[in-house]
Ligand binder design. Structure first.
Ligand SMILES: C[S@@+](CC[C@H](N)C(=O)[O-])C[C@H]1O[C@@H](n2cnc3c(N)ncnc32)[C@H](O)[C@@H]1O
Length: 196
């Protein structure tokens, strides 16, 4: 099959790697939510061989992720599994969570459900690393983010950029404390939460 491709993944993988390398220093299993094309799963774990990586997504995306992983043939990446952030997650063990560009795509109820399950399933000191565009104090951080949000909501009224406060309040309620908030290229952020 022709592998799905996202130019954004090629652009953001280096900056994301810097954050992951800073915070995920010990051997551990990382569950990735919404792996999309599979490009992150096929590259990030190659740079972080001490991590065991478990990609996941909705069923339609699994063949594309598998195609990237077949080519990468990484010993530390598992086959992608079906996981709907909004539904009960499969009973698999993990130490940390990573997700990129999903919080503005999935409906807010799905994001809230994911945060709640993260709080229940992450072990103490487990991290939830979230990359993507966010609003701050109800405002867009750039014109391009405002245009992107309008475009997203036209495609799907349930999608759209989430406010940083909306996210952190739900994380707090799930016993997840923000320990870092990095500015990333192209008006994105990486938020890092730790389970208390
Ligand atoms: C913009 S793509 C990002 C993909 C990839 N993480 C990246 O950074 O390129 C959004 C992803 O979120 C996934 N997604 C949307 N709703 C979801 C849900 N309820 N559960 C799991 N994944 C979901 C989509 O299937 C898609 O792969």
């Amino acid at each position: 099959m022709n592998k799905p491709y996202s130019a954004a993944c090629d652009n953001n993988r280096g900056p994301i790697l810097e954050v992951l390398a800073r915070h995920l220093t010990a051997p551990a299993t990382v569950l990735e939510l919404g792996s999309g094309t599979g490009q992150h799963a096929a590259w990030l774990p190659a740079q972080l061989p001490h991590l065991h990586w478990q990609p996941s997504d909705l069923p339609a995306n699994l063949p594309g992720i598998a195609a990237w992983l077949r080519e990468a043939a990484l010993p530390n990446v598992a086959a992608p599994i079906e996981l709907d952030m909004a539904a009960p997650w499969p009973e698999l063990p993990f130490d940390h969570l990573f997700t990129a560009n999903t919080f503005h795509i999935a409906a807010s109820e799905s994001v809230a459900a994911a945060i709640s399950q993260a709080g229940q399933r992450l072990p103490t000191n487990g991290l939830f690393v979230v990359y993507g565009p966010f609003n701050y104090d109800g405002d867009f951080t750039s014109e391009s983010n405002a245009r992107f949000d309008a475009w997203l909501r036209q495609q799907d009224p349930a999608s759209g950029l989430r406010d940083h406060t909306w996210v952190t309040e739900r994380m707090q309620a799930a016993a997840l404390t923000q320990i870092a908030d990095y500015a990333m290229p192209a008006n994105n952020r990486t938020l890092v939460f730790r389970k208390c």
